[in-house]
Each structure stands twice: as structure tokens, then as C-alpha cells.
Write a protein that binds this ligand. Sequence first.
Ligand SMILES: [Zn+2]
Length: 409
Amino acid sequence: MSKNRDLYRRIMAMESRHFNMCFYCGCIATEYDFVPPFKLTDFYIRTGEEADFYEVPACNECHTILKEDKSGLLGQRVDFVKSKLAKKYEKALRVYHLWHHDELESFDHNFQKSLNAGIELGTETYERIKFRGFEFEVDGQKRHSNFVEEVKLTVFGEPFDHFRDALDYASKSYRVPKAKLKDLFAKHQNSFDKAITAFQKEFEEKQLEKKCREFAKAHKQNPNFVIRTVKLFLKMEESFTVEKALEKIYNTYIAPEAQIQQTLTKGNSMTVKYSDLESAFDFVSFGSYSDNEAYLSIKTGKIYWVSDNIDEEDEPLPDDLYQSDEYIQIPNKHDLDLGKKLVFDFVHQFLASDFETVSQYFRKQGAYGRFKLLLERREKLDEWYKFEEQENKKTLLEWAKESGVTVTE
Ligand SMILES: [Zn+2]
């Protein structure tokens, strides 16, 4: 026993400020930790397993924790004690990392008190875990201890000594909630840069989905189709933004469909000016029965005049004028029963006593000429023109309505 005891050499701090200090955590040392554990000395000797055989000043807590550790090297025992402390004070560390005293003012008194205590304990624990030991000598020989790696914390190049400060800075600068950032930090190899990038990517993904869903709703599209297609466009075209991709979806899939729908709804409801319709009607009603024709395009509202007397070069006609459903023929006054019938309607109303005479006219050729002369004699010519115009209009408008053509003044 005493023989084994002689194997151990006490380590001595080089600087006076480290005297009586726990080598593991920097607290006041009250015990000595045996490296390797004293009860395992025989095992280490027998097996030749590497061991330091140091007597290391330790605080009560580290000493107690290290009773569970069987390692024989100081570095291994440092790692063990740090990981145990981190685990034991996990909650306090979390409170310390996420909260500042001045953020607690709005809380209920008791909750404030417990959070403040957590922050205190967390601060102390963080310092203990970060503690890097000290330089010491053994048997008059100086040893260099480098067991605790100095963690270089940076947030996109900005250096920090304390995790809490780095977290605070990163959270504020990159708008990531602290708790979320802390989790991502651990998940991404303890790198703030990777954690922030991951968060931004996740955020962008969510924004993308949100925008796609809104777009899908507004344009009655399947949201999954929109999300999938936007992602595809973004992959294909690096300079694309989500907005640009949505615009492309609109132009590629939605606008053409909407245009067809619009044409279908409008369909035959192309508008045409009454004066144009009237001119065309006069044109086809003028002269002998079927010399003149006129056609209305239900797509453009344009009226094409067809006559042997019109030079086609001035007014080219569509090639499919007689085949396509796009063109409807403008009726003449006979088609609309506005010839003889109109005359008799007028006579019935305004020249009742001449009814027999007019009937005679219409049994022979040149009836309209003689009817006009009669109107002149009776001073009813103006009234006739007015009547004729009104009746034509009434009938033409009815025809237009039946043909699905909207007429404007
Ligand atoms: Zn300690």
C-alpha cells in the first residue's frame, strides 16, 4: 500500500494564483484526485497500461464525480469531469445561454428568482467547464497542460470568447431564435455558420411553400404542383427568385388557359357598333337580291363587305370566310322580313285609307318607287324614313341578340 502510494507525484501549480485550486474546474481544492485511481494501481502496474501517477488538487465535487472514472491519464479525467458537469448542470447552462437578467423584468417574481438563480449557476458552470487547468511542475519539472481545447467561437468571422455572447450576437444579427440556434449549433458540428445557414435554408423553404400555397389558392391550382414546379424552375435557373418562378408558372400554365376561357366565355358576345351594323345591313339590302353580302367576325368584331363592285385588293377578305364559324352573315331586309311587311305595317298605322292602293302597287313591278311617290304626295316621306329606321333598328338588334352579338351605340 505505502509502496504504491510512493508511485504518485503531487502536481504543484507554477503560479501562486493557482495554489489550492481544483485543476479540473478552478474551484477551491480540498482533496487530491489520484490519477489513476488509487485502488486500480495494481491493475495499471500489472497490465502496463499508460498512467500518469499524479496526485491532483481537486474540489469536493470534481473529486466525487471522478470516483466513477477509471482512467489513468490526467487528460482523460479532465474530459470525464467536464462532460459530467455539463450533464449535471444542463438546465442551468441552458438558462444561462438563453437568458439575460434584464430580460426577466416582465416575469412573475418567483419565476424571475428561479431564472436568476439558473443564470448564476449556469455562469459558474460554464466557467468551470471552460477552465483550462494550469501550468504545474512535478518533481521540479515543468509540465505543460493542454487538456482543454480552447474553443474558438466565430460567427461568420466575428470572434467570441463566450458561447453565450456568440449566441446572443448570432441570434440578433441573423434573426434566429436563441433556443433554436442553440439546438442547430449542436446539430451542425458546433458551428454557428452552419447553424445559421441551416436555419436560413429552412426559413426560405417555409417562405417558398407559403408563397406557393397563396399563389395556388389565388389561381385555383394544386399547391403541390406549384411547389414542385417552383423548385424545378429554381434549380434550372439559378438567378430565379420564387416570385420569378411563380411568374413563369403563371405565364406558362395559367395565362394561356385563362385566355382560352375568356374567349370561350366571350365567344359570340363580340361587340359591334350599331352604325357599322346598320351600314352593313343597308349595303346588303341595297340593290338586287343577293349581289352584296357582309360578314361579321365574332372574334374581332370586324365586318367584311363582299360585292362584285368592291375591289378585293382594297379590303382583303379572310381565306376561310365561307368555311369558318368565326364569320356570320349580316342579314338583308328580306331575311328579316323588313320589305313588304314593313310597308304594310306603316300603311296600316299612318295611311289606312290608302291600304287598297298600296296593295295594288305591290302586285306589280316598281312598287317601292310608286309607294315613295305616294308618301311624297301625302307628305309622309319623313315619317316613313323615321319608321323604317326605327323598325330596322329594332329588328337588327333582335337579330344581333339571337346571334349573340353585343351592339353598342
Ligand atoms: Zn473542481
